[in-house]
Design a protein around this ligand. Structure first.
Ligand SMILES: *Cc1c(COP(=O)(O)O)cnc(C)c1O
Length: 246
């Protein structure tokens, strides 16, 4: 955990980093002939304190991403207590089935839905909470299937993707909104996001309204914008380097 604090220095640092990311997004939109308004920046605050989320909210950030439960739940509660209503919470990390119901209690969108058991568990949790959880199906873009499940590069495979998509679309307390992916390590992100775009087009054709594409992180947001992403998940470029995840 960093102890970044919430003093004026941290505020200035986050403001300047956020400005730089915003400039990158604007430039990428201009290069791709896209409208900035069609992109949502999700600032991924995992490992950073709720105080940072508070500063980001004051700086105009409305979409916050978290990757681990219960860290995410604690921050949602802290921010609600601090009167930071109006934030939309995105759960973007690999999600264990036994934590799905808890996440369905507070996540507005879950980007990492990649298997049938998770669909069942999320739906049950959302139903119990009396909520509808928006879901993106995570697509595995790593051609080396042996790496699936290692290093967090998870996602539905070619074989299972359509079953997961259909299950989400039929789950009464879930809403299918689109697809998500992480570019594989060592891959060309432009090529990988191009493949995601092809999958996204198929999913949206079969499921009107499921047209969100979550792609792009600190290192590859430009390629994601060029490939048609609607949601960028940016952590380090806004918050600074994280200590290695345990
Ligand atoms: C942490 C994380 C991000 C943000 O990554 P950065 O490299 O910090 O921008 C995006 N997506 C997922 C799934 C993550 O876990």
């Amino acid at each position: 955990m960093t102890s970044a604090g919430d003093g004026p220095d941290r505020r200035a640092e986050l403001a300047s980093r956020l400005d730089r990311v915003e400039s990158r997004i604007t430039a990428a939109c201009a290069a791709a002939g896209r409208d900035r308004a069609d992109l949502t920046l999700v600032v991924v605050t995992k490992t950073y304190p709720a105080a940072d989320v508070g500063i980001l909210a004051e700086l105009g950030v409305r979409h916050v991403g978290e990757a681990r439960h219960p860290e995410a739940a604690e921050k949602v509660t802290a921010c609600a207590d601090a009167g930071r209503a109006g934030l939309t919470w995105h759960f973007v990390g690999a999600l264990q089935t036994n934590k799905a119901a808890a996440v369905a209690d507070y996540a507005d969108l879950v980007h990492s839905v990649d298997r049938l058991k998770l669909v069942t568990a999320l739906n049950r949790g959302a139903e119990r909470a009396g909520r509808t959880v928006q879901c993106l199906v995570q697509v595995n873009l790593d051609p080396d299937a042996a790496r699936v499940g290692t290093g967090g590069r998870s996602g539905a495979s070619d074989e299972t993707l359509s079953a997961v998509v259909d299950a989400v679309s039929q789950a009464p307390s879930l809403s299918l909104r689109g697809v998500m992916a992480v570019a594989p390590i060592d891959a060309d992100p432009a090529e990988a996001f191009g493949r995601l775009a092809a999958v996204a087009t198929e999913v949206a054709a079969a499921h009107p309204g499921a047209d969100l594409v979550s792609a792009g992180m600190s290192e590859d947001l430009e390629q994601a914008v060029a490939a048609g992403a609607t949601h960028l998940r940016v952590g380090r470029a806004v918050l600074g380097e994280r200590p290695p995840l345990g």
